[in-house]
Design a protein around this ligand. Structure first.
Ligand code: GLA
Length: 384
């Protein structure tokens, strides 16, 4: 949605003086999945789909919000007991509360917002929403919060007001995104590096295939994965006190505690240790413009996420198999999993036949076509 469109919605629904417009994107992630709460590496980039909000301070201590896509309203105060009942409003409320907890003075505002990041597709629509409001309030109220803390505010909104014990990747990418660049982030030190990323001159394209399976019950399963990792890391730390996260552990260290943890926790931890190595391998391959190795690692990640981490689903595996059959260079489930998209690295001359075949075969099996999103790596949160 454009700035003009959201301004028009604001005028129609709320009226009065012209508001300020902010936007913040969703993200893709090339590699490094379920690594961000293990102190390890991720490789995301912001996309050209996101949330857009028109906001105007209203001189009260109340928030009045209109979700244009749902045609729903929510009104709430800024105190802890004012938690709104609309699930989307919890994100806005949470961002306000997390700012207040950090000593920021939040004032009431009226807002109309909309988005074009598909919900529940693994592209971080919720981080886009959090970053839009965190960035906007910081800017409008001159709060002086730095970008790292803005990302933390979004992450802690998930932890404290949504119940998803997520890592920092999505909010970080939504705030720090840069057009034409992926970001390699070390989630332990929070050091990051921008990698120019444009596969097209090298003969490849990145494309997302959305299974349209919504990952609804995913939050409890997500939190359970995180617990498995923490259990394994704690067991290893008894022998190796330097191990704070699984990122610090080797396969040898994990094998030492095999009898002390469940078979399931072992498999989860094994995936994370392997995935950490894959992020390094992909960083190296990108330096050499070796896209075939990048793709091969993506397939390995899919296998790990499906068979060891168990966050795939039948539909995602089906699309992954088609990609393999069609000679696509790399394909895997992207984001938290349990539904949503596969991310695919495809040679340009294979692109049309891959998409057509995937659409036809998916439709034959599941009765609907997957949605196709071409990836355009874009800027992070900003005022429009
Ligand atoms: C979700 C979480 C992220 C990350 C991914 C998996 O998107 O919000 O923090 O853990 O899943 O990589």
């Amino acid at each position: 949605m454009t700035k003009e469109q959201i301004l028009k919605i604001f005028q129609d629904k709320i009226g009065g003086d012209t508001p300020v417009v902010y936007t913040s994107p969703g993200r893709i992630n090339l590699i490094g999945e379920h690594t961000d709460y293990n102190g390890s590496f991720v490789f995301p980039g912001a996309v050209d789909k996101g949330m857009i909000a028109a906001i105007r301070l209203n001189g009260t201590d109340k928030i009045k919000a209109y979700a244009a896509d749902l045609d729903e309203w929510s009104e709430f105060g800024l105190n802890e007991e004012d938690l709104p009942k609309e699930s989307w409003a919890k994100y806005i409320f949470g961002v306000c509360r997390e700012i207040i907890k950090r000593g920021g003075k939040v004032e009431g505002f009226d807002t109309a917002f909309a988005g074009d990041v598909p919900l529940g597709a693994g592209m971080s629509s919720s981080a886009a929403l959090e970053s839009t409001f965190g960035f906007a309030l910081n800017d409008m109220l001159n709060l002086g919060i730095d970008k790292f803390e803005l990302a933390r505010i979004g992450q802690h909104t998930e932890h404290h007001y949504v119940g998803v014990m997520c890592g920092i990747m999505d909010q970080f990418a939504s705030i720090f995104g840069k057009a034409g660049h992926l970001i390699r982030l070390d989630t332990k030190s929070m050091e990051y590096e921008y990698y120019p990323f444009d596969p097209v001159p090298h003969g490849y394209r990145l494309v997302l295939l959305d299974t349209l399976v919504k990952h609804e019950l995913a939050s409890s399963a997500y939190n359970k994965r995180r617990e498995s990792c923490e259990t394994a890391a704690a067991a290893i730390a008894k022998n190796h006190p330097e191990v704070e996260f699984l990122r610090d552990a080797s396969m040898e260290m994990l094998i030492e505690v095999k009898d002390q943890i469940s078979a399931e926790d072992f498999l989860r931890a094994e995936y994370v240790i392997e995935e950490t190595q894959r992020v390094h391998d992909v960083s190296d391959a990108l330096q050499r413009d070796d896209y075939e190795t990048v793709g091969q690692k993506m397939f390995e990640t899919h296998h790990g996420m499906s068979k060891k981490y168990e966050v795939s689903c039948e539909e995602l595996d089906f699309l992954n198999d088609i990609a393999k059959e069609q000679g696509v260079s790399g394909s895997r489930v992207m984001g938290g999993g349990f539904g949503g998209c596969t991310i695919n690295l495809v040679k340009i001359d294979l692109y049309d036949s891959f998409i057509n075949n995937a659409k036809a075969q998916y439709k034959e099996k599941y009765g609907i076509e997957p949605k196709i999103y071409d990836v355009v790596i874009s800027d992070g949160a900003r005022k429009l």
